[in-house]
Design a protein around this ligand. Sequence first.
Ligand SMILES: [Zn+2]
Length: 99
Amino acid sequence: MGGVAVSTPECDWCNDTGTVTGYGYFPGGDPRTFSPDPEMNTPEEMAAWEKACAAYEQDETPDQRDGCVWIRGVKITRCRFGIGGYAAPCPFCEKGEQP
Ligand SMILES: [Zn+2]
């Protein structure tokens, strides 16, 4: 957590907050940072998310067998978790990179 960059990065991804917040598909990483919207998602999607959270607590590896696609380090599409709110660590600031 937290970058070690000496210079101040202008991170468009998180506006230098180190956290990416929003509403949409699960962005990747710790599934517990994601809150599926029960009004938008099917019971299957809610169950998939709960299962991923439980799995993550045992072994900190996000479930990548759910058809999610990684784009530029961020898992964004076709996630079985459906749609919801999230607050995830910025994947770029974590690595000290810029988008
Ligand atoms: Zn960032």
